[in-house]
Design a protein around this ligand. Structure first.
Ligand code: SER
Length: 312
């Protein structure tokens, strides 16, 4: 039986991955690790700890007899630019610590990478799996170094480590914290709450995005995949939909009236350094990845669920 530990359990991805894994493997087999405890988010086993504290994490791994870790704890791109030192500490040292514990306790590991591994010198359209990687944010630097570290531990120690380069993730449950793609979530909240949104990137900014259900489904699918079929041990490109900020606003406006103004801030430069669309054909070939949500369906589900949530 799988015994799973999820770090960053109350973050944007963890908030939905924890319940999905609980459903699949049973509540008793999933341990949610959070930096600050929020017992209201979901039932089940919750531990509090710091992902840079090796002794604390090892104690939790031993206590619960963990064999698989989803190491999600991380600072995102915009927060990382505010405190690059903290981004390095949490993102790099946290990952290295988990990988060292994986060697010691023979753990399988899932680790999220990002489109942030790409940079201004990367081809921006249909960005290939194997391409120029020169990120210009600390977040991107830690994700790229992390990918290489994952591959190194796989080759050197024979570990089973799997990773995805998530695009911007859009969900109605946990809000993102400090990312560049956050506008694509915030616009839904503001459209419902006030009918107006001031967007922090320009209207023609196009980035790769994905509805959270697809991201969760893909993550579970990758972890289920036959190891022998996996040809990428850094991190897989993974894509669903690409749209400009203006196209998103127009799609929402078809459903509810929203006035969007554009006032780019420092996050524009980060957005401009990332691809507009991603070629994820390797993931589709190796382990059968495919997305289900297009822009229209995502807008329907987001507005439907957020309207209920914000009325409470
Ligand atoms: N959504 C992330 C960010 O904007 C990208 O991985 O930082």
């Amino acid at each position: 039986m799988k015994k799973i530990l999820i770090t960053g359990a109350f973050g944007q991805i963890g908030s939905e991955l924890v319940p999905a894994l609980q459903k699949r493997f049973g509540e008793d087999n999933v341990v949610a690790l959070a930096h600050r405890t929020r017992h209201d988010a979901f039932d089940g086993i919750i531990e509090t700890g710091d992902v840079t504290d090796a002794d604390a994490i090892e104690a939790i791994i031993k206590k619960h007899n963990i064999d698989t870790v989803y190491h999600l704890a991380s600072l995102l791109s915009a927060t990382g630019e505010k405190d690059p030192q903290l981004a390095w500490d949490v993102n790099m040292n946290g990952l290295k610590l988990i990988l060292d514990l994986a060697v010691k306790h023979e753990l399988r590991v899932f680790w999220p990478s990002s489109i942030a591994v790409f940079g201004p010198t990367t081809p921006r359209q249909n960005t290939p799996q194997h391409t120029v990687l020169e990120p210009t944010t600390m977040y991107g630097v830690t994700k790229l170094a992390g990918e290489l570290l994952c591959q190194y531990y796989t080759l050197k120690y024979g570990l089973d480590i799997r990773s995805l380069r998530y695009p911007g993730l859009i969900s109605h449950q946990a809000e993102p914290g400090g990312g560049t793609t956050d506008y694509a979530v915030a616009i839904f909240y503001e459209a419902i709450k006030t009918g107006a949104y001031e967007c922090f990137v320009s209207k023609d900014t196009m980035l790769p995005m994905m509805y959270m259900d697809d991201a969760i489904e893909g993550t579970i699918q990758l972890m289920d995949a036959d190891w022998d079929k996996l040809t990428v041990h850094t991190s897989y490109n993974m894509a669903a939909i690409s749209f400009t900020a203006e196209e998103l606003a127009a799609e929402i406006h078809k459903r509810i009236p929203v006035t969007v103004t554009y006032k780019p801030d420092s996050r524009q430069k980060i957005a401009d350094s990332w691809p507009q669309s991603i070629d994820d054909s390797v993931a589709r070939t190796d382990w059968g990845w495919k997305h289900s949500f297009d822009l229209s369906r995502m807008c329907d589900v987001m507005l439907e669920n957020l309207t209920v949530k914000l009325a409470k």
